[in-house]
Design a protein around this ligand. Structure first.
Ligand code: RB5
Length: 161
């Protein structure tokens, strides 16, 4: 298979766009503390409180737009299960959203899939594990090579559909 291979991407994003719905707000607060601790630049795109029920696609879209706007931006989305946010984000070309509730998936989503969006469920994963998932996801580089060929193929097939 011939493909235009790009070099592996940087291990660490230049900025993180983060968003959640009401069900993900508690975990988002914990993740924000971690980003602050690690001195990772971030923009918090809401929602602002766990007290009002909101529609996750509206907050997911804000983060998707922020990730697509800059080549080395990445995003983190948190809802109750992570399912709604990952279904919505993966509808947008250029987004590779990975729903990860364990360290191995978080690591492989970067190494093999160059995931530019991490999704978690605040009702699924605890704060300590969630923060470790974020830490690993932020620092693991994409391997490129045959994995880039597969991502190129994926984009090509989506365009042909
Ligand atoms: C909100 O109750 C819940 O449905 C939402 O956070 C998410 O889990 C949807 O997939």
């Amino acid at each position: 298979m011939s493909s235009v291979s790009s070099p592996p991407g940087p291990a660490e994003p230049e900025i993180i766009a983060i968003g959640c719905d009401h069900a993900g707000h508690g975990l988002k607060r914990e993740v924000l503390k971690l980003l602050h601790e690690l001195k990772v630049p971030y923009v918090d795109l809401g929602c602002a409180s766990p007290d009002e029920s909101v529609h996750y696609p509206l907050y997911g879209k804000k983060v998707v737009e922020a990730v697509l706007a800059r080549p080395h931006a990445r995003g983190i989305l948190i809802c109750g299960t992570g399912l709604g946010m990952s279904i919505m984000a993966n509808r947008f070309p250029g987004i590779r959203a990975a729903l990860c509730h364990d360290i191995f998936s978080a690591m492989m989503s970067r190494r093999h899939n160059d995931a530019n969006l991490l999704v978690m469920g605040g009702r699924v994963i605890g704060a300590d594990l969630g923060k470790e998932v974020v830490r690993v996801w932020l620092t693991t580089p994409f391997e490129g090579g045959r994995h880039q060929e597969r991502l190129d193929l994926l984009e090509q097939l989506a365009q042909e559909a």
